[in-house]
Design a protein around this ligand. Structure first.
Ligand code: OSB
Ligand code: MG
Length: 375
């Protein structure tokens, strides 16, 4: 595929409910859609960078700048035999993996469409998951009260979700986990701290051990590995890393150091599908379970995530839930739904296999840029 055109659009969708993490509360989600055209076919990707650099160092503003000034010039007019050649072609650009991922993932969609296969097939998904669908879990933000948290959990369990994750921070941790356990018994439950603690909190965090959590996600710093290993030595609850795993190599080091027993893969965080396949393969080779994280994506990013989740190492339910939990309406029609058994069907049409509502995209676009290969 020769990449002839790249189009960027900045959009903003209001969230159905606010989402609160240890970084703060948000009410809307701005994001960039990236369209990549080659040989008369267009693929689309979504950049997971947020309005602020709190989860990761990138923002919608930095991603736009890096794609426009550095990524687009590196790929426009070039011929790629396979989308796995895109990430290495961006080697000179350090970091900025969210920006790279958006372009790389759009190229995968383009490639799968050209081949006439659903993206999951191009990525190497397992037949069983492609047929049966992916297991879906929910991420529930910090609430104003324990009563509201219990209500949220009740609604999500009734909808069929296969795993509940609650966000925690100092002051909203042990009591929240205890309340959910007391009310709902042995449901699959985990917590995500988004780096809100320090190694000095080890004794406090070990109190979570009594709740038989599936895991605690990213308790310590976003760039730490070794403190997590020290924390894990004093804790029964398995540690899962999210923010800290910037690259497949860091994931390998974290496994070797004993810093995580479970891995959260988000293609949008680590540079796209090829990097995700590498991280997945490393985890699988070490017998480390993997699950697919989420970044409050629209239907475009969500569809990419569904396809990637069909790889055989994704053995735990992901943070990939129904569109209606986030946006009403979503940018795709039909939207993503979760079936009563807590699974999401894998789209069967070529590429990501979902239909973008172009009127909605056009109406919501705040900024647009078109870049072309010079003839
Ligand atoms: O840490 O997993 C996270 C959302 C935005 C940024 C970081 C995270 C999250 C979530 C929500 O937990 C996952 C989702 O439902 O998309
Ligand atoms: Mg997380």
């Amino acid at each position: 595929m020769r990449i002839e055109r790249i189009e960027l659009r900045l959009l903003r969708l209001p969230l159905v409910r606010f989402f609160e993490t240890s970084f703060g509360r948000i009410h809307q989600r701005p994001f960039i859609l990236v369209f990549v055209e080659g040989d008369g076919v267009t693929g689309v990707g979504e950049c997971v960078a947020e309005a602020n650099p709190y989860y990761g160092s990138e923002t919608t503003g930095t991603a736009w700048h890096i794609i426009e000034e550095f990524i687009a010039p590196a790929v426009l007019g070039r011929d790629f035999a396979h989308p796995r050649e895109i990430f290495p072609a961006l080697r000179a650009i350090r970091g900025h993996r969210m920006a790279k991922a958006a372009v790389e993932m759009a190229a995968w969609d383009l490639f799968a469409r050209q081949q006439g296969v659903p993206l999951c097939r191009a990525l190497g998904g397992s037949d069983e998951t492609i047929i049966n669908g992916i297991a879906s879990g929910v991420s529930i933000g910090i609430q104003d009260s324990i009563e509201e948290l219990i209500e949220r959990v009740e609604v999500e369990l009734a909808a069929g979700y296969r795993r509940i994750k609650i966000k925690i921070k100092p002051g909203w941790d042990v009591e929240a986990a205890a309340a959910v356990r007391a009310k709902f018994g042995p449901v699959p439950l985990m917590v995500d701290a988004n780096a809100a603690y320090h190694l000095e909190d080890a004794a406090h965090l070990a109190r979570l051990d009594e709740f038989a959590l599936m895991m605690i996600e990213q308790p310590l710093d976003y760039d730490d590995v070794l403190d997590h290993a020290a924390l894990q030595r004093g804790m029964r609850t398995p540690i899962c890393l999210d923010e800290s795993l910037h690259t497949p190599k860091i994931a390998a080091e974290a496994i070797r150091a004993g810093a995580c027993r479970i891995i959260n893969i988000k293609p949008g965080r680590i540079g796209g599908h090829s990097q995700s396949i590498q991280m997945h393969d490393i985890a699988l080779a070490h017998g480390v379970p993997v699950w697919h994280g989420g970044m409050l994506e629209s239907g475009i990013g969500r569809a990419h995530n569904i396809h990637l989740s069909t790889l055989p190492g994704f053995s735990l339910p992901g943070d990939i839930a129904a569109s209606r939990r986030y946006f009403a309406p979503d940018l795709i029609d039909p939207e993503v739904i979760v079936r009563p058994d807590g699974t999401i069907a894998v789209p069967t049409e070529p590429g990501i296999g979902v239909h973008l509502v172009s009127d909605r995209v056009a109406a919501l676009t705040e900024q647009r840029l078109e870049l072309r290969a010079s003839a």
